[in-house]
Design a protein around this ligand. Structure first.
Ligand SMILES: *Cc1c(COP(=O)(O)O)cnc(C)c1O
Length: 422
């Protein structure tokens, strides 16, 4: 696409934007002076869908009027609430409805999934992750290693070549060639939180499986952002939170994916609770545990319905829009931001996120060479919210569900002005 560096051009793109309607389906936060924030942190906490409150209110009303009967007799019966979201959730991540379920929170789910999918043996016990994995994931796998009697030394890092920021598939191949038969689990962040680099899951699954490793993906920065095609990729499992691009509210629940090939594998060890017991006899309380097939077979607890209601509000929008159209806008919107950064012609700024749209989602990670955290504050003073990461990176996520081309244009203009001092 041929971009132009003018406000008129940004306005024109907004007028032609077929998804423009959706911005108004969200609350856009304002600063103290009443200006709309230029909000580029949908990768951290997505904005509130206006319908979230209405959907929570439905459940509060059923609770008020029906009490425990809301489980079976509510407008959205609570006993089937989580699985009622699975068809929509599955489309967003490219899975079959039976392969996904929304439950618990992300880091907890990574542990629950590792109960089944990290099965160290004498010869094969190491875990491989990307070198700059999200800290929670790193802590989780380190603690799993220790829990099983191994050490942090048994954690292998897939690192970028010296002096570079991005990971290269060749290096993963080399690690797997050298140590693959000692690696029990490969766990990769599908889109890296820091660089915004998106990985080819299918390729990673093929490489890992060829060496007999289990392959899992943390999709926290990918869900609602890229077309993940989890089923076709063949990865064994995945998990994600729903409060980033899925706009479900602070600390909200997580989704998990367990590939169909493991659906009926009752020999996999897993933790149990009444919610992964056969639904038909769940309330018959005295029967021995009878595990459900599919991803539902990893649930433990009766889920928090008030936290699920905003997820429903959000997923309905993803269902209407579809990942195809969302991604199409996303590529244009992020492409526009990238173009404007290049137009700055500033030596002070470089983008570490891959240039190829296939290798990234909507986020651009911008390195401002001489910047300190004060840059972030200066942006805030001009009502621009981005995310600051030490030592000198601002992460910007133009989120196609609600950001406009004018947001992007105005943000880069403001940054340009601030950069005069750097
Ligand atoms: C956001 C994020 C988390 C956060 O996990 P919670 O358990 O929801 O706090 C973990 N891992 C990755 C890769 C993330 O992006």
């Amino acid at each position: 696409m041929q971009y132009k560096n003018t406000l008129e051009f940004a306005k024109e793109l907004d007028q032609k934007d077929e998804l423009a309607f959706y911005r108004n389906q969200f609350y856009i936060p304002k600063d103290k002076a009443g200006n709309n924030w230029l909000y580029f942190t949908g990768n951290s906490l997505g904005l509130q869908p206006k319908k979230a409150k209405e959907y929570i209110d439905i459940e509060l009303k059923d609770w008020a009027e029906k009490g425990v009967e809301g489980h079976f007799d509510g407008q959205n019966p609570w006993v089937t609430y989580p699985e009622s979201l699975s068809p929509m959730m599955a489309k967003v991540v490219g899975a079959k409805p039976s392969e996904v379920i929304i439950m618990d929170t992300l880091t907890a789910n990574l542990h629950f999934l590792m109960v089944s999918f990290y099965r160290p043996t004498k010869k094969r016990y190491k875990i491989l992750i990307e070198s700059d994995a999200f800290p929670s994931d790193r802590y989780a796998v380190q603690s799993q290693l220790k829990f099983h009697g191994y050490s942090e030394e048994d954690l292998i890092y897939w690192s970028p070549p010296k002096g570079k920021d991005l990971l290269e598939m060749d290096d993963l191949e080399k690690i797997l060639a050298a140590q693959g038969n000692q690696i029990a689990l490969v766990l990769i962040g599908g889109v890296n939180y820091y660089t915004g680099q998106r990985f080819d899951f299918k390729k990673i699954a093929e490489l890992g499986h060829a060496k007999g490793c289990v392959v899992g993906i943390d999709l926290a920065h990918g869900v609602g952002n890229i077309k993940a095609n989890l089923h076709d990729s063949g990865v064994d499992f995945a998990a994600w939170c729903t409060y980033k691009y899925l706009n479900s509210g602070p600390g909200s629940l997580s989704g998990i994916f367990v590939h169909e090939k493991h659906s009926y594998n009752t020999s996999l060890p897993r933790f149990a609770g009444w919610w992964n017991h056969n639904k038909d006899t769940r309330f018959n309380m005295r029967l021995p545990f009878d595990v459900m097939s599919g991803a539902e077979g990893w649930q433990l607890s009766n889920p928090p319905i008030l936290a699920m209601a905003p997820i429903k509000a959000s997923l309905e929008m993803f269902e209407e829009v579809g990942m195809e159209a969302l991604r199409e806008k996303s590529i244009k919107l992020t492409g526009f931001m990238e173009y404007l950064f290049q137009e700055l012609g500033s030596e002070a700024v470089s983008i570490i996120t891959p240039k190829n749209p296939e290798e990234r989602g909507c986020q651009l990670s911008i390195q401002v060479k001489k910047a300190t955290k004060s840059l972030h504050q200066k942006l805030m003073d001009k009502h621009v919210i981005t995310d600051w990461r030490e030592p000198n990176v601002i992460r910007c996520a133009p989120t196609p569900m609600y950001n406009t081309y004018q947001d992007v244009y105005n943000m880069v203009l403001i940054l340009k002005d601030i950069l005069k001092d750097y």
